[in-house]
Design a protein around this ligand. Structure first.
Ligand code: UDP
Length: 236
């Protein structure tokens, strides 16, 4: 598939047009940001890892009946995906208290809610992605009732599948962020699933194996990303 003009550049990825208007190419960068872009840096090799890990997980979810935007891995950093219209919502699923939920509730990191918690945030860099609820999404036209129902059901199913998979490789899936797109009238899972967008803790030691090592200046950032590839069984 021929790569054409750049359509978009985000914080971690670039998107290019192709000769097929229904398909685009995503190109993963090593650039890392945190705190709504206030902290900037580079995680060497991250683009390759996030591309390959996302594709591996998207294929696994497809095999379980979840439609994703994944089409074909083109190179170590580039993937052909369906050209979706992104729903302007970040969907966060939480199995264990961490990060902003710990700040908001006063509960310690590591506390276990009675059930997985789904949260919605409005995708807006200018506003710093504020947390919203379903009424806001409906009232302001960001998604329809049917879309929200599909998104919530899919997010919970993704959580079940990924939690079980990561547990099998000795990793606790603490929380993660996913995004959805509209494609030919359907809601499909889009964007990425990687150590940038998930919290992964070693099941035994509770060592952090994700982007929190970058956010919190803990060191060992690249090593954690490589360790997650090794756990999943992806050769580098
Ligand atoms: N997350 C993300 N992008 C965002 C905000 C959050 O990928 O813009 C992920 C984050 O990596 C974590 C989960 O969503 O796995 C929950 O994040 P939280 O709300 O605790 O915010 P953070 O501590 O990342 O600011």
């Amino acid at each position: 598939m021929e790569q054409k003009e750049q359509l978009y550049e985000g914080k971690a990825k670039k998107v290019y047009a192709t000769s097929d208007p229904n398909l685009v190419i995503v190109d993963y960068k090593d650039d890392a940001t945190a705190f709504n872009g206030l902290k900037k840096g580079t995680i060497v090799g991250k683009g390759v890892i996030n591309n390959r890990m996302t594709n591996y997980l998207m294929k696994k979810l497809e095999a379980e009946g979840i439609e994703t935007h994944y089409v074909e891995e083109l190179s170590e950093r580039r993937t052909l995906v369906k050209h979706v219209e992104i729903v302007p919502l970040e969907v966060i699923m939480r199995n264990v208290v961490a990060g902003s939920l710990s700040k908001r509730t006063g509960l310690p990191e590591g506390a276990k809610p009675k059930m997985p918690v789904l949260e919605l945030y409005y995708k807006s860099d200018e506003l710093g992605d504020p947390m919203i609820n379903e009424d806001h999404a409906l009232a302001f036209g960001w998604a329809t009732r049917e879309e929200l129902d599909s998104i919530a059901a899919t997010a919970r199913k993704v959580n079940d599948i990924l939690t079980e998979f990561f547990a099998s490789v000795g990793v606790d899936l603490i929380d993660f962020k996913i995004e959805f797109g509209r494609y030919q009238g359907r809601i499909v899972l889009a964007d990425e699933i990687s150590p940038d967008t998930c919290r992964f803790w070693d099941s035994k030691t509770k060592e952090k194996l994700d982007k929190d090592r970058f956010r919190r200046d803990m060191g060992g950032v690249e090593g954690a990303y490589h360790e997650m590839m090794r756990r999943i069984g992806l050769k580098e």
